[in-house]
Design a protein around this ligand. Structure first.
Ligand code: ADP
Ligand code: MG
Ligand code: ZN
Length: 482
């Protein structure tokens, strides 16, 4: 390797509060343009912002989950700039005393042989979102939707600790799962509730000094992040290798062309003329507040994974998949609770369910299967009430149409016969019809047992619970042997 790629991320997450950060307008995504705007978020003169307490709680919870120090005396700052999507003329953000600092996330990149790596979190702060510009090519104009103004954001800034696209994707996956599990954001990249800016530079092998970086925006999926990193790293190295220099600039990723384009030369913090926000009091965070929020944090995915490996004896790979997604985790826990067998619950999810998700291109969030269904199906198969093949069919129906296993088994005549009386009658009939095979068996030809069992199974049209049928036949033959 003749060079190294250095990456740091700035991640914006929209918080799932009902109302905006400094006013009581709703945060509903997809509302008609400008439906949710008031004098505060529109920045009318004289309007005063009031901090939504939930935003602060969520910011502290996220800080704790990211192992950050929570800043006890924090405040907001104004970041001044002019842009049509910003009616106030400034963003209310945090520059000097962000709510969280010096945290980390441990990642396990998927690349073979890669071991766990610590990504340091530089800081984490609260801010308000800007509006949305809609460029109407046909009408040759730009429309503005101010409804997003004032939607609460957390910005999470990492140290430049990443060396590859795989590491970045592993980090974003872990971060997204964590934010969803603690319930602060739904992290939908397509809807813009998780937005990732990639800062990237390259340097020759052995070089200590970091190179000049560019910042890339408009990355709307993990795949785009990955592609953009590879493209930008190659572009920069081509320039540096040929003795050129990299411009410090903001670039836009074009998803269709799979190329990045220069947007603007980078501004410095000084150009924003930051100053303390005078309309919002300083935030004093007490120990009690931190303890309270710490105590309501749910078990975090990485801790859960460790517990699945240690307590439930699941393989690390399975434990990773089962804790990577909130919906999958919930389904696993409910299934395990009902069937009492973690390995079995895991096997059905890792095998049959994952295949259904893949084949149907379904996101786990969109699953219509009831959380109880898989556990019920496993119990039905285990108790010999339905066959393993019917179990698969039941899972498919539960997955595709939300079918309730018991009802579906009724409607499709899936129940296996396990009643010893019914099976006893069948066995009698089969033995009566197969006198020769029976007498040979009683004279010592053991292998006729399989034949008789097969005949009995056929007599039930394959509807017998195999274990129950075997028991009934064995008992009957034992009795005949005397
Ligand atoms: P600014 O104040 O200009 O936004 P920061 O120091 O806050 O710059 O860094 C912003 C992001 O850029 C961080 O995620 C950081 O890790 C990353 N970064 C900083 N220097 C480099 C570099 N030389 N190469 C790649 N990423 C970098
Ligand atoms: Mg920055
Ligand atoms: Zn408002």
């Amino acid at each position: 390797m003749d060079h190294e790629t250095i990456i740091g991320l700035e991640v914006h997450v929209e918080l799932m509060t009902r109302s905006k950060i400094f006013c009581s307008c709703p945060t509903t995504f997809g509302a008609p343009p400008n439906a949710h705007v008031c004098e505060v978020c529109a920045g009318l003169p004289g309007a005063l912002p009031r901090l939504n307490k939930k935003v602060l709680d969520y910011a502290i919870m996220t800080s704790l989950a990211l192992h950050c120090e929570v800043t006890r005396k924090s405040r907001f700052d104004r970041k001044n700039y002019f842009y049509p999507d910003l009616p106030k003329g400034y963003q209310i953000s945090q520059l000097y005393s962000p709510i969280g600092k010096n945290g980390y996330v441990d990642i396990e990149p998927a690349a073979e042989g890669a071991s766990s790596k610590r990504i340091r979190i530089h800081e984490l702060h609260m801010e308000d979102d800007a509006g949305k510009l809609i460029h109407d090519e046909a009408g040759n104009c730009t429309k503005i939707d101010f409804s997003r103004c004032g939607v609460p954001l957390l910005e999470i800034v990492t140290e430049p600790d990443f060396r590859s696209a795989e590491e970045v994707v592993a980090f974003l996956t872990a971060l997204r799962t964590m934010l969803k599990v603690i319930g602060v954001s739904d992290c939908k990249m397509q809807e813009g509730s998780l937005r990732v800016d990639v800062n990237l530079s390259v340097r020759a092998a052995g070089e200590e000094k970091l190179g000049t970086r560019t910042e890339m925006k408009n990355l709307s999926s993990f795949r785009a992040v990955s592609k953009a990193i590879e493209y930008e790293a190659a572009r920069q190295w081509e320039i540096v290798r040929n003795g050129g220099t990299i411009d410090r600039e903001t670039r836009r990723w074009d998803e269709e062309k799979e190329q990045s384009f220069s947007m603007r030369k980078k501004e410095d913090a000084a150009e924003y003329k930051y100053f303390p926000e005078p309309d919002i009091p300083v935030l004093l965070i007490t120990d009690e507040k931190i303890d309270e929020l710490q105590s309501i944090l749910p078990e975090l995915p990485q801790a859960k994974k460790r517990r699945y490996i240690e307590e439930l004896a699941l393989p690390g790979y399975d434990a990773g998949i089962l804790t990577e997604n909130k919906e999958i985790t919930a389904l696993f826990e409910r299934t395990y609770e009902i069937c009492g067998d973690p390995k079995e619950a895991s096997n059905w999810i890792m095998g049959d369910l994952m295949k259904l998700l893949n084949d149907n291109g379904t996101n786990p969030e969109e699953m219509v299967i009831r959380e109880e269904s898989l556990g019920e199906i496993i119990v039905m198969v285990k108790e010999g009430k339905v066959s393993r093949a019917s179990g698969k069919e039941l899972l498919r129906a539960a997955f595709v149409e939300g079918a309730i296993p018991e009802e579906y088994a009724d409607q499709h005549d899936m129940w296996l016969i396990s009643d010893p009386k019914v099976l006893g009658t069948t066995v009698e009939e089969v033995l009566a019809r197969n006198e020769k095979a029976l007498s040979e068996y009683l004279a010592g030809k053991e292998k006729n047992f399989q034949f008789l069992l097969g005949q009995a199974m056929r007599a039930t049209a394959g509807k017998a619970d195999p274990a129950a049928l075997r028991t009934v036949l064995e008992e009957r033959l034992r009795a005949l042997k005397g």
